[in-house]
Design a protein around this ligand. Sequence first.
Ligand SMILES: *[C@@H]1O[C@H](CO)[C@@H](O)[C@H](O)[C@H]1NC(C)=O
Ligand SMILES: *[C@@H]1O[C@H](CO)[C@@H](O)[C@H](O)[C@H]1NC(C)=O
Ligand SMILES: *[C@@H]1O[C@H](CO)[C@@H](O)[C@H](O)[C@H]1NC(C)=O
Ligand SMILES: *[C@@H]1O[C@H](CO)[C@@H](O)[C@H](O)[C@H]1NC(C)=O
Ligand SMILES: *[C@@H]1O[C@H](CO)[C@@H](O)[C@H](O)[C@H]1NC(C)=O
Length: 510
Amino acid sequence: MIAHDSLLFLTFAFYGQATRLLVKKPFCFEEATISDIQEAFNNGSLNSSLLVKHYLDQIRALNPHLNAVLEVNPDAIADAAKADLQRNAGGNLSPLHGIPILVKDNINTYDKLNTTSGSFALLGSIVPRDAGVIQRLRKVGAIILGKASMSEWDNFRSLDPKQGWSPRGGQGRNPYPTTDGPCGTSSGSAIAVAANLVTVSLGTDLDGAITCPAVMNSVVGIKPTVGLTSRSGMVPISPRLQTIGPMARTMADAVILLDVIVGFDPLDANATKEASRFIPIDGFQKSLKEDGLKGKRLGIVRHSFSNDYSKGSIEANKFEMHFQTMRLKGAILVDNIELKNVEIMQNVFASGEATALLAEFKLSLNAYLKDLVSSPVRSLADIIAFNNQHPIEERMKEYGQIIFLASQQTNGIGDAENIAMKRMAQLSKEGMEDLIREKSLDAVVFPGSSLSHSMAIGGFPIISVPAGYNKSGAPFGISFAGLWGSDATLIEIAYAFEKATKVRKPPPLI
Ligand SMILES: *[C@@H]1O[C@H](CO)[C@@H](O)[C@H](O)[C@H]1NC(C)=O
Ligand SMILES: *[C@@H]1O[C@H](CO)[C@@H](O)[C@H](O)[C@H]1NC(C)=O
Ligand SMILES: *[C@@H]1O[C@H](CO)[C@@H](O)[C@H](O)[C@H]1NC(C)=O
Ligand SMILES: *[C@@H]1O[C@H](CO)[C@@H](O)[C@H](O)[C@H]1NC(C)=O
Ligand SMILES: *[C@@H]1O[C@H](CO)[C@@H](O)[C@H](O)[C@H]1NC(C)=O
């Protein structure tokens, strides 16, 4: 009996059953999952209003240090009260109903919040409508808590800006002890979830922009197959390769969010129609199976592990333990696999990625700016001029804007860009596609977000989950990637891995 009961109960047991019922444990917000929150909603110990107020208090207390949040939604409390009324009225509600979500600052919200990609150039612009994914979130009663900070312009302004820095947000900080920062570009989305400033968040990814901050801040990041989630209403780099995805403390929370945001959007019709065949009829939550590793063939990209971590290091030892755990859970490990041309794929200039992105950025950003109801800037040229006029805020001396300038020089999709895209397709075919088919793999496994470029050029999905903490207490992670539409399989693998290893610990108190 003693083994099963809380200390609280032991203290009061003496007074018998009646007293025991009076002892109500307060809801524990730290590390609360969506299912914890829904249970507390149902048993009456919590409502959305209290939950939103709690997170707003946390943001007020911790954000001055973390710089994870650019703006909070002035209507969040009213939206929460509305959700509470709807819940009290009963009915069948989404698991995201009444759950607060933080949204990366490059995703349009048609409300009082600004959408600026971290830049003052877009401050005051008015978006025409909610982004496709935001429409889906509002429809199920999720609460937009605010905008998350990010690396300005998704790091597409200059070659070596500080990850997680933007003029509007300052420097985002990793809540764990590390000198390496939060990584980017979805830095605020990762920090906020890691530090319990919100339940879940949205990031966007092209080249590791979800997965890198996920592993650095010890959270889960899902980069879905390109097209699985709509990119309408996103400040773009390349709709051909970019995707919007969930960030969360657990796989289950991330997948609950994923299930809501996937699907066809007439404003991103081609890609979302094409990818909608990858959405399971019963949703992705069906893939949250504890035995999800059983029978899975996992290709270990060994050189990637040994490049990043020396033999005998805490990280290397931990990864060996994880491989052992995967085997124990029934996975078949195919070791020492090699991605053909990996050095070329990891080099944006050699792969053709840079050539294509420079042209696509100008086209898609100008189209985005044109679609705004009103805006201080209407073209990439305007933004370049804005930066020149605001050299202090934009740290022009330090970072410059060489990528913007190179992009401005481009002239649409011509021969060079078509050749670059063909090259990327060829590299992906001879790399990931042939490898996965030849070895009959369900996924490839690599440390952190180390192979994100190789996956980016194919638009392949990746899931990153926490894998451990090093001697200094800095988090590291592990990633599972597969071919287009392998999202459900990757979820099975990553969820089973998470359940078997239970790595994540909240950051030390700041
Ligand atoms: C209600 O559920 C939450 C979440 O599981 C739990 O922490 C809390 O103790 C429960 N409260 C009551 C009164 O049952
Ligand atoms: C939420 O719960 C608190 C505390 O029980 C209560 O005071 C408040 O009225 C509730 N809000 C709504 C909108 O139901
Ligand atoms: C959006 O930006 C404007 C201009 O700086 C500011 O007045 C407003 O408060 C911002 N909105 C929110 C919700 O912070
Ligand atoms: C969508 O596909 C159609 C038919 O292939 C094509 O004509 C159109 O240009 C595509 N639209 C976009 C935005 O790529
Ligand atoms: C732990 O990892 C961080 C990077 O996240 C690095 O800065 C630090 O030096 C590492 N500490 C040790 C002891 O390896």
